[in-house]
Write a protein that binds this ligand. Structure first.
Ligand SMILES: *[C@@H]1O[C@H](CO)[C@@H](O)[C@H](O)[C@H]1NC(C)=O
Ligand SMILES: *[C@@H]1O[C@H](CO)[C@@H](O)[C@H](O)[C@H]1NC(C)=O
Ligand SMILES: *[C@@H]1O[C@H](CO)[C@@H](O)[C@H](O)[C@H]1NC(C)=O
Ligand SMILES: *[C@@H]1O[C@H](CO)[C@@H](O)[C@H](O)[C@H]1NC(C)=O
Ligand SMILES: *[C@@H]1O[C@H](CO)[C@@H](O)[C@H](O)[C@H]1NC(C)=O
Length: 336
C-alpha cells in the first residue's frame, strides 16, 4: 500500500497567553465566498457550535472586532506574500504585530499567530489562492517526505530537512511552540480508495487495524497514523519532544463527482469522530504519543464558493452560506 499523506505545514511564529491546551475542537473560518454571512452572524454560528477556537487564514479587522469580548481563542495568519518582506525587516514585523495583534488584543483573544499557510507545500511564488487544488497539494506536500509508511519510518526529504525543516524545528523546540500540520485523511483515501479502507479514513472504531511492526504500534485510524508519521519524522530530525497541533482537518460534504466518499454523511461521521477522539478524557493522544493533547481546527465554517480547485474544495463547510447547518455537529465533544 502506497499511502500519500497530505500534510502541508504552517509555521508557528508565537503563542500569546501561554497557549493553554484545550482539547476542544476549533473551526477554520475561511472567507472565500461572496455570499457568506456577516462577521457578527458568523460569530453567533461559531458560538452555537461551541467551538473552542477559531482560525483565520488572514487578519480581517471586521472579524477580529466581531470576535472581541467572546473569549474565543483566535488564531491569525501572516499572509504568505509578506513573509519575505517581514523576514528581512524588523520594523515591518513590528508594524504588522502592532496593527494586527496589538490593536485587537486582549479584547479579542488572539492566542496564536501562524506564519504562512501551507508555505512549504507550494512552489515558489505561487500564492495559496492558486494552490488549494487538492491533488496538487498532495503532490507537493508529498515532496517533503522520503517515506511516510510505515509511520515509524517516516522522515523528511534530505534536501529540505537540513535547509528548512531543521531550522524550523529548532525554532519551535527552542520557543516551546507547536508544529502545526494540516492533516486530511480524505485526500489520502481519495488518492487510493482501493487500498485504503474508507472506515479507517473516517476514523470509525473497530474497523481495520494496522500494525507498524518495527515499533509494535497498532493503528486504528488514518488520522493517528498520519500524525504519528509526523512525530516520527521530527524524531528522526532530532526533535522528539515537539508537540503537534492540527491546524486543519475536515472532510468534504459534497462535490465529489467521482468521489462517492465526499458526502454529508461521511463529513458528519469524520468530523464527529475527530472531535470524539480529540476530546476523550483521559486524553487519548496517538499510539506513539499516548495521552498527549492535540488541538485541532475543523475546516471549515462555510462551504466557500470561490475556493479554487476540484468541486470538493468548495464543500468543506459545517454551514451553507445562508447559515443553515449542513449536519448537526457540536465541537465541544459534549453531545453525542
Ligand atoms: C522596512 O519596513 C519599513 C516599514 O514598512 C519601511 O519604512 C522600510 O523602508 C523597510 N526597510 C527596508 C530596508 O526595506
Ligand atoms: C518571486 O517573484 C519575484 C518577482 O517575480 C522575484 O523577484 C523573486 O525572486 C521570486 N522569488 C522566488 C523565491 O522565486
Ligand atoms: C529541545 O528543547 C529541549 C528543552 O528546552 C532541550 O532539552 C533539547 O536539547 C532541545 N533539542 C534540540 C535538538 O535542540
Ligand atoms: C440554505 O441553503 C441550503 C442549500 O442551498 C438549503 O438546502 C436550505 O434550505 C437553505 N436554508 C434556508 C433557511 O434558506
Ligand atoms: C453543544 O453541546 C453543548 C453541551 O452539551 C450544548 O450546551 C449546546 O447546546 C450544543 N450546541 C448545539 C448546536 O447542539
Amino acid at each position: 500500500m502506497d499511502l500519500i499523506f497530505l500534510i502541508p505545514f504552517s509555521c508557528l511564529l508565537f503563542t500569546l497567553s501561554g497557549a493553554a491546551i484545550d482539547p476542544t475542537s476549533g473551526v477554520c473560518y475561511g472567507q472565500l465566498g461572496n455570499n457568506l454571512p456577516s462577521p457578527s452572524k458568523s460569530v453567533e454560528l461559531i458560538k452555537s457550535l461551541k467551538a473552542g477556537r477559531v482560525k483565520l487564514d488572514n487578519v480581517n479587522p471586521k472579524i477580529l472586532t466581531a470576535l472581541s469580548n467572546t473569549n474565543i481563542p483566535v488564531t491569525i495568519t501572516v499572509p504568505n506574500k509578506i513573509i519575505t518582506a517581514i523576514a528581512s525587516n524588523q520594523t515591518l514585523a513590528d508594524e504588522w504585530v502592532t496593527s494586527n495583534v496589538a490593536r485587537f488584543y486582549p479584547k479579542t483573544k488572539i492566542q496564536t499567530v501562524l506564519v504562512g499557510k501551507q508555505v512549504l507545500s507550494q512552489p515558489d511564488n505561487v500564492t495559496w489562492f492558486n494552490l488549494v487544488p487538492a491533488m496538487y497539494r498532495i503532490r507537493k506536500s508529498h515532496g517533503l517526505f522520503e517515506h511516510f509508511y510505515p509511520p515509524s519510518s517516516a522522515n523528511f526529504r534530505s534536501n529540505v530537512a537540513n535547509t528548512v525543516i531543521k531550522p524550523l524545528l529548532h525554532f519551535i523546540n527552542h520557543t516551546k511552540s507547536f508544529f502545526f500540520v494540516d492533516v486530511y485523511p480524505y485526500y489520502a483515501w481519495a488518492s487510493d480508495p482501493k487500498n485504503i479502507d474508507l472506515n479507517y479514513a473516517l476514523l470509525e472504531a473497530n474497523t481495520k487495524w494496522y500494525l507498524d511492526e518495527p515499533v509494535g504500534l497498532f493503528f486504528t485510524n488514518l488520522l493517528e497514523q498520519m500524525l504519528d508519521a509526523v512525530y516520527f519524522a521530527m524524531k528522526g530530525a532530532g526533535y522528539p519532544d515537539i508537540r503537534l497541533s492540527i491546524s486543519e482537518t475536515g472532510w468534504p460534504n459534497g462535490g465529489g463527482v467521482d468521489q462517492s466518499g465526499a458526502n454529508i454523511h461521511n463529513a458528519a461521521v469524520y468530523n464527529k469522530n475527530v472531535i470524539k477522539i480529540l476530546t476523550e478524557i483521559p486524553l487519548r493522544g496517538t499510539p506513539y504519543k499516548p495521552f498527549v493533547a492535540l488541538t485541532s481546527f475543523i475546516s471549515a465554517l462555510y462551504n466557500e464558493n470561490q475556493k479554487p480547485g476540484p468541486e470538493t474544495e468548495r464543500h468543506f463547510g459545517l454551514f451553507y452560506p445562508n447559515g443553515t447547518s449542513i449536519y448537526p455537529i457540536n465541537l465541544s465533544g459534549k453531545s453525542t
